[in-house]
Design a protein around this ligand. Sequence first.
Ligand SMILES: [Zn+2]
Length: 139
Amino acid sequence: MWSKRHEVDYALQRQRRLRALRGPQVMLEDADALDADPVLLRSATHHGEPTTVTCPVCTQGMLTNLNYVFGDQLGQFSGRIKSTAELEEMQNEYGEFTVRVVEVCTNCGWNYMISTYLLGDGTRRRPPRRQRTVEDIYG
Ligand SMILES: [Zn+2]
């Protein structure tokens, strides 16, 4: 993606977390890594982008990636999951927003934020006018 910048890779932290999981004493907080939120698992099943990476924990499932977008300029769309194709379009429509990539194994529940980066054309815009959603109508 042409506007990708300020990328932070969490590979080292991920390795540390994985080593801790394999250690003799699994710390409570590490066990939490596998206690995936049901919403996260559902999102991964329906919106996750398949990868060719085998899950490092259970070695059964393939990992799927979720791209979460955040930013003032996104308005009500901040916090949503977007496909790579949607990100390609969005980088031309917004000045700046953050993408957080989370890998998820729907088999064992392993999940980890593997990287973050910024996208956008640098031209600041006002957030889009709020659109009515299904929640507004039926919520
Ligand atoms: Zn797994």
